[in-house]
Design a protein around this ligand. Structure first.
Ligand SMILES: [Zn+2]
Ligand SMILES: [Zn+2]
Length: 217
């Protein structure tokens, strides 16, 4: 079996994968990009890009005797699991089309070219779904990292709307659902109850006002 080549795949549609990445904004605020979180952590890439060897070797990625190249997982749930890891908390979930050559592994692919097709921003640190992007307090030369934040936690801070980031990056950006599903369910009925109470008070005020005005000759 030594020397036997792996079977070659020639898919008609690009394989779809999931990965996590740091969202970046250039120092001048005019360019958006992504950075990997493990191998190639210091390398940035655009919405459609080619992999470069993370060790500066002169070969095309993914080289069989190197571990460079883009990586993705085949399962969205497994990619989302990575977002729980302490150092990846500020990362976003990307959906990618795998283009060019690739090497298939049990849980995903290592490959030469990718197109990011969707960005989902994780929940705010408070648990609410993110509503804009703010400085994550990290970065690299010429680029600062951004992370999702809700409007109430962002009060007084300058941030970037998802739409603005999407225009710079060239890919749709949306909020990922909050993992606190039960918490959200708790909040909504409470808000509805508060609004109902306010409405009832307003109705009473209007009634009293109407009576006062009506009794005034
Ligand atoms: Zn390499
Ligand atoms: Zn918040």
């Amino acid at each position: 079996m030594i020397g036997r080549r792996l079977p070659e795949e020639r898919p008609r549609v690009a394989p779809v994968g999931y990965k996590i990445a740091t969202l970046l904004l250039s120092a001048g605020g005019d360019r958006a990009g992504f950075a990997g979180v493990s191998i190639g952590r210091g390398q940035t890439y655009g919405v459609e890009d080619d992999a470069r060897c993370a060790y500066g070797r002169r070969h095309a990625s993914p080289a069989p005797r190197c571990d460079c190249g883009f990586y993705c997982l085949g399962s969205e749930a497994e990619a989302r699991d990575l977002l729980c890891v302490t150092e990846y908390r500020f990362a976003a979930l990307l959906t990618v089309d795998v283009l060019g050559s690739y090497i298939r592994y049990q849980r995903g692919l290592r490959y030469s070219r990718q197109r990011v097709t969707a960005v989902r921003v994780g929940a705010c640190a408070c648990g609410n779904p993110a509503e804009l992007l703010v400085d994550a307090g990290a970065g690299m030369t010429g680029r600062r990292a951004l992370t999702g934040c809700c409007l109430s936690c962002a009060a007084g801070r300058i941030g970037l709307s998802f739409g603005a980031y999407a225009r710079l990056a060239g890919v749709p950006v949306t909020a990922d659902a909050s993992p606190y599903v039960l918490g959200e369910r708790d909040v909504v009925p409470r808000l509805v109850a508060e609004v109902t109470l306010l409405q009832a008070r307003l109705d009473r005020c209007q009634e009293q006002l109407g009576r006062l005005l009506g009794s005034d000759p």
